[in-house]
Design a protein around this ligand. Structure first.
Ligand SMILES: [Fe+2]
Length: 338
């Protein structure tokens, strides 16, 4: 069997690996220095392989695209708030810019890291829209959907909150708790978004549905209609997971526990409570955790550690390597990842 990078797996038997081998979506399969056995070969055959992890594209290269998307969204906001409304080509142009960014991101393996970096310097709605779009597209990829479907998922995520451009800035950016009337107005943003987009003949119908239904929940507790599982398209359920994960990450950016591992625990709760679909959440969590393998994490005592193993059911308490010592965080109540 030959891998996508053109090296023969069988030739690796008894070899000592000179570099790490990664799976298709970036998880480490075998570390540099491992002597390859028959068992390892079986593992490798189950995966499409990458001889080495794809080079990271510098964040600065993405920043330019992100800035372009923001400029486009500013233009949309002005059109919407002036009452003129965006023309088809205004929305199409904005989506096109985003799609370029998504295309780049779908070929990299560090989405989780990127999202946290972007969130680190930007807290706007633009940042949320971009992140949710990238996440939705990536979840599609994790679930094995075709590339075109992942792009539609990306557009769904990117445009899902467009109705918020119709909400007064005083409500949208209010730093304190919204009053009952303000909250009721805020909850209209899926309807506003649907109204903005439905005039555009080029908009995919799932993008329209995503905008209208992204706050619906499987147990019927969502809004604006209180629909239930059987009434919600699967792609809208993916969007709801991406949106929820991004919102949790944003909330975390201001408080203790910035590591994506903490968000994983919260996200799991949503699945157990029957609000979001576990069929989507579990592979997504698996992806995030594999992305975190070999990554540095900061401990509450100021030390840096490297995640080397996850124990099932304990995403925030992995085995970590600190100063060449293995520490099982499940057993150390005094230490935690922040
Ligand atoms: Fe929303």
């Amino acid at each position: 069997m030959e891998t996508s990078n053109g090296f023969e797996i069988k030739n690796l038997l008894d070899e000592v690996l000179l570099e790490n081998i990664y799976g298709e979506i970036g998880g480490l399969l075998l570390s540099k220095g491992t002597k390859v056995t028959e068992k390892h070969l079986l593992l490798l055959q189950k995966h499409r392989l990458y001889k080495k992890k794809q080079e990271k594209v510098p964040v600065q290269q993405f920043e330019q695209l992100v800035d372009e998307v923001k400029l486009n969204m500013d233009h949309l906001r002005n059109l919407i708030q002036s009452g003129e409304g965006p023309a088809t080509e205004d929305i199409d142009g904005t989506v096109e810019t985003f799609s370029t960014l998504l295309e780049e991101m779908l070929h990299t393996h560090y989405l989780v890291e990127f999202i946290h970096l972007l969130r680190g310097y930007n807290h706007s709605m633009y940042c949320h829209s971009i992140n949710v779009g990238l996440l939705a597209g990536m979840i599609g990829r994790i679930l094995g959907f075709p590339h075109e479907v992942n792009h539609i998922l990306g557009q769904m995520g990117f445009l899902h909150d467009i109705g918020k451009l119709n909400i007064e800035a005083g409500i949208l950016n209010k730093p304190t708790k919204l009053s009952a009337e303000e909250y009721a107005e805020m909850k209209k943003h899926p309807i506003y978004g649907y109204q903005i987009l439905k005039k555009n003949k080029n908009i995919n119908r799932f993008v329209l549905l995503g905008t209208l239904l992204h706050h619906e929940r499987l147990d019927g507790t969502g809004y604006p209609f209180g629909l239930e599982e059987g009434q919600l398209p699967f792609c809208v359920q993916i969007l709801a997971v991406a949106d929820t994960y991004e919102a949790m990450t944003a909330k975390r950016a201001y408080s203790r526990g910035k590591s994506p591992l903490h968000v994983v625990e919260e996200l799991k709760k949503e699945a157990f409570q029957g609000k979001l679909n576990a069929v989507i959440i579990l592979p997504f969590i698996d992806y995030i955790m594999r992305q975190m393998l070999n990554q540095e994490v900061l401990l509450n005592n100021g030390q840096l550690g490297k995640v080397i193993y996850y124990f099932e059911g304990h995403p925030t308490k992995p085995l970590i390597l600190v100063d060449n010592q293995c520490i099982d965080l499940r057993k150390r109540k005094d230490l935690f990842i922040i």
